[in-house]
Write a protein that binds this ligand. Structure first.
Ligand code: FUB
Length: 324
């Protein structure tokens, strides 16, 4: 049986859980962390993942099942390494796995693979999504049938390198009082295999309507985009990276702007924090990861979940974090 705030599986290391309900069953699309002896650094070189396993649960009383390897980097023609945090979507009975990885030039791009079933196996497209860059895709299926991809990540995720619209290897650092770099959003084409138009930067505003600043490390976007809708409001949630918070901002359009509303989760054991939020059988759940199983080794993570609650005003009650 799956227990809240406990590792969902322990036979492999898993991270970055993107949870979805398909046909009444809960599927988790995580990264698959591999043991690695290299040093941890700001470039994320320790996250040397090479494949994806999909987890699923029939109910909260049932065990969490590993459906096995569904895609390996050796099967994706454009990938060289580092298959990081994925997400999934369904359209017309077909399932889409969106994943970031380094291309043959070491540049992070976002690819897509398809399947007839939610747990794969998945068949990759020959090339990455044209116009894609950086990491951490998260796809929203909106109520009007449109699909949007949110993505981006600083430092190892290379988002800073794309400020001009082109890849720049060593961009000048942003001043603390400059506007923070926002995540990116693009509407997907009808076949979900491409972007309808060039991605746009999303604005995250403070309580006075001003863009968050680059020096506001406690609130500015770093990585781990997620989008969900609750009572007609769009909730964009994300990690602040070096300050290790999961935060959220709300808005009235899937393209933003969004206004910062607060924290969902305090720092967990381990450097990264990454999550998803999903409704299942009338309750809302936060899927997240920490490094409990490895006693804090940053790149040996385990996925967990916990129920979350909304206040009357639409704010999310912060989740207390404790180990064990
Ligand atoms: O898992 C590799 C990277 O670590 C993800 O892409 C980030 O969101 C962070 O969780």
């Amino acid at each position: 049986m799956a227990e809240q705030n406990k590792p969902l599986v322990s036979h492999i290391f898993t991270a970055d859980p993107s949870a979805h309900v398909f046909n009444g069953k809960l599927y988790i699309y995580p990264s698959h962390d591999l043991p690695h002896d290299g040093e941890d650094n700001d470039n994320g070189d320790e996250y040397q993942m090479a494949d994806y396993h999909i987890l699923s649960m029939d109910s909260l009383d049932a065990p969490c099942v590993d459906n096995g390897e569904v895609l390996h980097e050796k099967d994706v023609p454009w990938v060289s390494s580092q298959m990081w945090a994925p997400d999934a979507a369904e359209k017309d009975g077909k399932y889409y796995l969106f994943f970031p990885a380094r291309d043959k030039n070491g540049i992070f791009r976002i690819g897509v693979a398809t399947s007839d079933t939610p747990a794969g196996k998945f068949t990759p497209e020959e090339n990455y999504i044209q116009g894609s860059f950086s990491i951490d895709p998260a796809v929203l299926q909106d109520d009007d049938g449109k699909y949007y991809m949110y993505f981006g990540g600083l430092w190892g995720g290379q988002l800073e390198k794309w400020q001009t619209g082109e890849y720049v290897e060593n961009p000048a650092p942003l001043a603390d009082d400059a506007n923070a770099l926002g995540p990116q959003v693009a509407e997907l084409t009808d076949d979900l295999l491409g972007f309808k138009s060039a991605p746009q930067e999303i604005l995250i505003l403070d309580e006075n309507g001003n863009p968050l600043k680059a020096g506001d490390h406690d609130r500015r976007f770093f990585e781990a985009s997620w989008m969900h809708k609750y009572k007609d409001t769009y909730y964009f949630s994300y990690s602040t990276g070096d300050t290790h918070y999961l935060c959220y901002a709300t808005g009235k359009s899937p393209m933003g702007p969004f206004t910062y509303r607060g924290r969902i989760l305090e720092p967990v054991l381990g450097w990264t924090t990454h999550h998803s939020i999903v409704e299942w059988n009338g309750k809302w759940y936060l899927f997240y990861h920490d490094c409990e199983l490895s006693n804090g080794i940053n790149h040996r993570r385990n996925v967990k979940f916990t129920e979350i609650h909304y206040n009357e005003d639409g704010t999310i009650q912060p989740v207390p974090y404790k180990l064990g």
